[in-house]
Design a protein around this ligand. Sequence first.
Ligand SMILES: [Fe+2]
Length: 286
Amino acid sequence: MGDYSEEDVGNIISLEHVNVQIPDQSLATLFYVVGMGCTRDPYLNVGLNNMWANIGEQQFHLPTRPAQVIDGFIGLVVPHLDGLAKRLEAVADGLKGTQFGFEQQGDCLVVTCPWGNRYRCHPGQEQFGDMASGMPYVEFNVPRGAMAGILRFYQTAFSAPTAVESDSGGEFGRVKIGRHQSLLFRETERALRPYDGHHIAIYVANFSAPYGYLKQRGAISEEVRNHQFRFKDIVDPADGSGKFLLEHEVRSLRHPMYNRFFVNRDVSQSQRSYRRGWDAYTPYLR
Ligand SMILES: [Fe+2]
């Protein structure tokens, strides 16, 4: 008989958004909305300074500033993978002269955004639970020797369950978030892209413990305001050595936007073959 530990979740209960600056909102619309099939948040940041782009219960935050790029991959679950390839083909002309590209790799489509961020677009599958559309993980390349200390940091500061796993690309560390999201950390020999200030937002059930841990170590980079704080230094609790830089926006469940409903459209809807009632993407109703 098992111990049912697979039913447990750690203190980080969701990864909600990835924030990467983009220099051009029209190209970003072409890529994220038309190509990738995200839905622009219709309520917030609807001007030219920023765009929030929904995918399932997660978002991209795309402020208009010089481009930021994550050294790694953003994992996405996409409902219609063949539709995605067709849409990307259709925007290729408009994105000519940028870093945009995509290729099939096994069962996933690897896509590069106009500024170099890379996405692995997967069909829904068991490892992502019942996620039919969304962002199950972000994978970061980290320096050789950094992974164990990074996992210790999330265990100690955030009471997050972690695991060391391997796939065809070798060994990587997993920090488990909620039911089926993760941060992944994969060591590499090559020189890493210098950290440029991109950030992720996470929600935690217990807010005061990670806050207290980081505060005590002088690691809070933005004090608590509106139920959230920020930090960016990932430090090995074993010896105090800095392992990685990544700004985290850490929100409590009392943040007003916790579990906010994100509008998602059905990207297979079209003017030419319009189906009444199918504008919204409602995977759990079909
Ligand atoms: Fe943010």
